[in-house]
Write a protein that binds this ligand. Sequence first.
Ligand SMILES: Nc1ncnc2c1ncn2[C@@H]1O[C@H](COP(=O)(O)OP(=O)(O)OP(=O)(O)O)[C@@H](O)[C@H]1O
Length: 259
Amino acid sequence: MQPILSVSNLSKCFKQADGLFSSRTITAFGGVDFTLERGRTLAIVGESGSGKSALIRTLAGLLTATSGRIYIDGKPIGTLSSQQRCTTIRMIFQDPNYSLNPKITVGKILNAPLELNTDLNKEERHQQILETLKLVGLLPDYLAFYPDMLSNVQKHQVAIARAMILSPDIIIADEVLATLDISLRFKIVNLLIKIQKIKGTSYIFVAHNMHLVRHISDDIMVLHQGSIIEKGPSEEICENPQHEQTKYLLLTHQPNFRK
Ligand SMILES: Nc1ncnc2c1ncn2[C@@H]1O[C@H](COP(=O)(O)OP(=O)(O)OP(=O)(O)O)[C@@H](O)[C@H]1O
């Protein structure tokens, strides 16, 4: 079967001012190749500055690649309209305290992507919103709530609902669990796993916690200084890491690691 996402020789460079008249080029990542199958979860790990955020932002269309190709379901991403792109890949940002507008209700937050990207009428949009709220485990009462009236975990549920409202093929989650304590982390992880089973969504997770990564991902890709140094099935990478940097990440973020 065709992978839902295929990335070939992708790179992103930034130009940064260096003195008054000169600039220097910073390569955030380069030569990145990978595929993501439908209904699978890929975790991207790496030390700070390894290029994780730049890569996922490029995949989500928030940054333009310097070179390389991205194919969605076999089609070059450049051939998709912005609506098609929005309904295919959605991103969940790290902290819902910043990504959810505190001035609008949950109902309006969920209605906006439908209004912008679909031809559904008001009643159809309302139905879609109710179904999505149910999917993430929230009651219809929450439609009238403002984000500040919600607990931290409920804000995460709303952020997931906003990402799922267009039933995208791929969800990219940027360190979404970092702001939650351990018990709530597993609540959100289990919710994401449940959604994947029901909808067949593919996930790309950026995470630091290797223990969690092992639990939630099928495959792991390790970035180091902008390059992929290791990728493969999660169990294999965690049990038998080949690269020193992967061993270091496992030691730092997984206390039981003994290699
Ligand atoms: N807008 C930018 N302008 C210049 N350089 C940038 C920009 N964004 C990222 N970089 C550089 O690209 C490299 C990769 O950064 P990136 O934020 O993708 O790393 P990261 O792995 O996500 O780090 P972290 O885990 O700390 O978020 C770094 O050297 C960073 O300084």
